[in-house]
Design a protein around this ligand. Structure first.
Ligand SMILES: Nc1nc2c(ncn2[C@@H]2O[C@H](COP(=O)(O)OP(=O)(O)OP(=O)(O)O)[C@@H](O)[C@H]2O)c(=O)[nH]1
Length: 324
């Protein structure tokens, strides 16, 4: 969800950049033509057309990160070219272009792109015969450093927001919001490409007794331990979500061809490793439902929940697979 928000934000920045390019650079294309400075006019025109085309492609293909990176390199290369070709007449464009780079790519990437552009300017342009090299170096370092600090701060805040939005604060498992988004994505993948997933609800057995006997704080620790243990036994692409209380959802990706064996292995591993403070084993019941054609998020969870009910009825510490 936050990722979608970030993509929309990045896309709106790209759109803004293309508007600025058209409104800010295009008049110079006309001015350069009128001045018969055709080289500069062609470079400016190439920049405008390149920026607008790349942004249109990003909008259509949703390749926002890739296009942003290409655009960052493109505008830096563009500003170096125009300064080399046009000299001090285009020199001031270096500053807004360097600052814009931090909007397009990660701070460290922007810093490197700026550095390469800066060194290219020093090597290729003769503007430093008229512009003070010391002033240029100091002002450009100040600009890049300020933009770097500001962009890094923004990136950290975004990552914190992402964590707050998608992670259960007690256990560190993903939360229900993330689960809803991922289930929808898994359903779309299954319908489009036949990449199916298995969904399991995991419920700790007699958890209330643990709370009653050892207190809520120990209950909390058991939940945390459960997440740590489970996470070490699932693969990178599998996802564990806290569904509520002592109930968790596991979304297992298609590449696991033997979900039954995997679930039984996981159940045994948790039983062997998850303990009460006095060393008693804690067991877990599983209700498991594979994706079938026509599955919705609600029916998938319902089938897993019904299977879990049967697992509890069967005496707990077991996994029941939905038959439909
Ligand atoms: N410590 C702790 N306990 C919680 C939390 N959320 C829910 N619980 C407790 O989990 C317990 C769930 O109890 P039940 O629904 O009866 O389930 P159970 O005792 O595990 O029994 P079965 O599921 O039938 O095996 C309740 O006592 C809740 O108070 C939590 O965040 N921390």
């Amino acid at each position: 969800m936050i990722n979608q928000l970030q993509e929309k934000y990045q896309l709106s920045l790209l759109l803004l950049l293309s508007i600025v390019a058209v409104l800010g650079v295009f008049p110079f294309v006309v001015i350069r033509f009128l001045e018969h400075n055709y080289v500069a006019a062609i470079i400016d025109m190439t920049l405008v057309i390149g920026i607008v085309s790349l942004v249109a492609y990003a909008h259509k293909a949703k390749q926002i990160r890739l296009v942003s990176a290409i655009l960052a390199i493109f505008i830096n290369a563009g500003v170096v070219t125009i300064v080399v070709a046009n000299g001090t007449g285009s020199f001031l464009w270096v500053y807004p272009v360097f600052a814009s780079t931090f909007i397009l790519v990660r701070p460290i990437e922007a810093f490197i792109i700026n550095l390469v552009a800066c060194l290219s300017l020093l090597a290729l342009s003769d503007i430093f015969e008229t512009v003070s090299l010391n002033s240029f170096v100091v002002t450009i370092i100040m600009l890049s450093m300020s933009a770097f600090v500001y962009a890094s701060h923004g990136a950290k805040q975004f990552s914190l927001l992402e964590t707050l939005n998608s992670v259960d604060p007690l256990t560190g498992a993903l939360n229900r919001r993330a689960m809803s988004t991922d289930i929808q994505a898994a359903l779309a993948l299954a319908e489009r490409q036949g990449v199916s997933h298995v969904l399991a609800i995991l419920d700790l057995d007699f958890f209330k007794k643990i709370n009653d006997k050892f207190g809520h704080a120990v209950g909390d620790k058991v939940l945390k331990d459960f997440v740590t243990i489970t996470t070490t036994h699932i693969r990178k692409h599998d996802r564990l979500y806290r569904f509520g209380g002592e109930e968790f959802v596991l979304l297992i990706s298609d590449s696991n061809k033997q979900p039954q064996a995997f679930i039984q292995h996981l159940r045994t591993a948790i039983k062997n490793e998850l303990k009460t403070p006095d060393g008693q084993e804690i067991t877990v019941s599983f209700g498991v439902a594979s994706w079938v054609k026509g599955t919705t998020a609600d029916t998938w969870l319902k089938r897993a929940d019904e299977a879990l009910y049967l697992a509890k009825e069967n005496g707990r510490d077991c996994a029941v697979f939905s038959k439909d």
